[in-house]
Structures are given as C-alpha cells and as structure tokens.
Design a protein around this ligand. Sequence first.
Ligand code: DAH
Length: 357
Amino acid sequence: MVDLEKIKQEFLAKLHALNKEADILNLKSEYVGKTGVVSELLKSLKDMNPEERKAFGPKANELKDYIQDQASIQLSKIEVEEINKKLAEDRIDTTLTDNIQVKTLKSGGFHPRTLIQQEIEDIFLSMGFDVLDGPHIEDEFHNFEALNIPADHPARDMQDTFWFHDPHKPEDKDSSGKKRLLRTHTSNIQARAMLTRKPPFRFIAPGVVFRSERTDASHEMVFTQLEGMMVGKDISVANLIYFMRTILKEIFKKDVEVRLRPGFFPFVEPGFELDIRCLICSGTGCSVCKQIGWVELLPCGMVHPNVLRAGGIDPDEYNGFAFGLGLDRLVMMRYGIDDIRHLQSGDLRFNSQFKLF
Ligand code: DAH
C-alpha cells in the first residue's frame, strides 16, 4: 500500500520552503496536475479490487483536495507578504508638512492679461460674438491695404512696423507678391474674417501685436489688443455706444460714463476715441487720467465702405462698427499697474501677485 501520509508530509515540506508563485504552481502540478503523483494514484484505483478501492479511494481524494487547499493558502500568504512589503517601503506620511517635496511645490497663476482676456471673451460670447484668431506674421494686404491704408498713405507712419526683410532679396515678398511684417494691430483679422463669412456677423479677436517703438512706462514693442467687429444691416453709432457701454460696465462691474471724441483711423468713418470717466478719481483729476478726469480707452468707429469692399461685402447693403481695445491699458487700470513693461517682463514675482487657480 502507498503511504499517503508520507506523500503529504513530503509535499508540505517542499511547499513551505517556497516563496515564489511560479514555484508553488509547479509543485502543485507535480502532485495534483494531470500526471502528478496523486493524480496517478487516483488513476490506479481502477486496477484495485473493490475492498482496496473502498479503503484507498476516499483517502487519496482527500489528499488531492488537501494539496490543492494548501497550495492556495501558500499562494495567498505570499501575496499578502508582497503587499505588506510594498506598503512598508512606499510609506507616505500625509501629515508631514516639512518635507522637501511639499516645500518646493508651487502652484501656477495666470498672467493678469490672460485673466482679463478670459473675462472679456465670456462677456462677448454671451452677447453672441465669436472669438477669432489670426496670424502674427501678416502680409501688407491684410494689415494695411484691406484696411484702407495703401502703400503711399501717411497713416502707415502711425504704426512703426517690423518688416521682414531678407538682405539677399531686397524686395522680400510672399507668394502673392506682398511684403510681410509682424502685425501692427489686430485689425488684420477684420479683413480675414470678412473674406470668410457672410453678414450679419459679429466677432472679437484678442491677440498680441508688434510695433517698432522706443519703450517707456506706457509703450511696449509687444502688447495686446482686442479687436471687435459687427457687420449687418442698419447698424448705427447708437448701437456702437450701447455695446461699448454695456461691455465696459461688465468689465468694471459698475456703470461707466463714456464720451466720444472724433478720432482718425483710415478704416472707420466716422472714427472716434471713446473715453471713460476716470475710475480712480471719479473725474476730479489724478495721475492716472493726467488730471483730465477722462481716460482714453477705446478707438472705434463705423466701418469704412472701402474696408467692406475689400472684404467682399457690399457697402450699399451692409454696414457695421469696429473697435480696438487696448488690453494692456485695461489690465493696468484694473490692477493699478504703473508701468506697461511689467506685463512683458516674465518676472514670476510679478505674475504671482494675481489670482491663483
Ligand atoms: N487698429 C487701431 C490701432 O492699432 C485701433 C483701432 C481703431 C481698431 C479703430 C479699430 C477701430 O477697429 O475701429 O491703433
């Protein structure tokens, strides 16, 4: 008779010496796998006489179940050991505040210009305007000609321009034969928008612009504007004033007094300078408004018929208004910043003063 007890003890001794999942599975199969020791014994039952079978069968089956159970127990034991080991090694003390990682962890902030731009975009979106984008490297058609500023027009002098110039090609032009430049204003997007949409439409286009200027506290070579345009039928100066006042009221969170002065821009007729009553001194005079009581904020006007024509729109059928908001000036007024150069400085100490997210 085979000694089942001996097989069992032998198995247990081997099992307890193992600590790898694969080894345990191999051992298990050595005993109860298809051709395992115990499996072979069970197969041999059929050759025994009934007496023997009766005595041996249940015991051999019991041993098979026992081996399977013990193997499973050993497997879960090493699994638990593995987990405990990991927990002990990768322990995180969440109560610790003095650790290096926590100290160096800094949360980012938005640039104040981004904060204001997002706010203004939301206001215009709620009034049905689209938000458009346009290229920084522009050709002279979209930046000037389409805006009623031909090559010999004195208005080109109003905006000191960075031209692209290849010294080997004195007349460096793009594929359409136009000279290229860094856009001097976001008004280039007026021309692009008109050529790709059908009136009525309204949009804003915020973005960075470039001027070849000497910098000082209120002038930068790189600054931001927010262009706006609304084209449709029977649009009037009254509509322009209504929109501007509503938007400024939303931006400054209070009623603002506005006034229009005539202003010249070749792409609008009539053109205006829209001033707001100084929010710092309420009009009594201070350094922000240079003692005038009014702050020049928003050039605007009724779109010139030539501009509509250049955009493929019939000025006898449609008209509209446009404006160019100086975003940097708005940021400066909102946060009391006295030098525009801070905005472009990239100094994180400056940025970190504004609302964090
Ligand atoms: N593009 C002008 C500038 O940069 C600003 C401007 C004035 C935009 C009048 C307009 C406008 O749309 O109607 O000085």
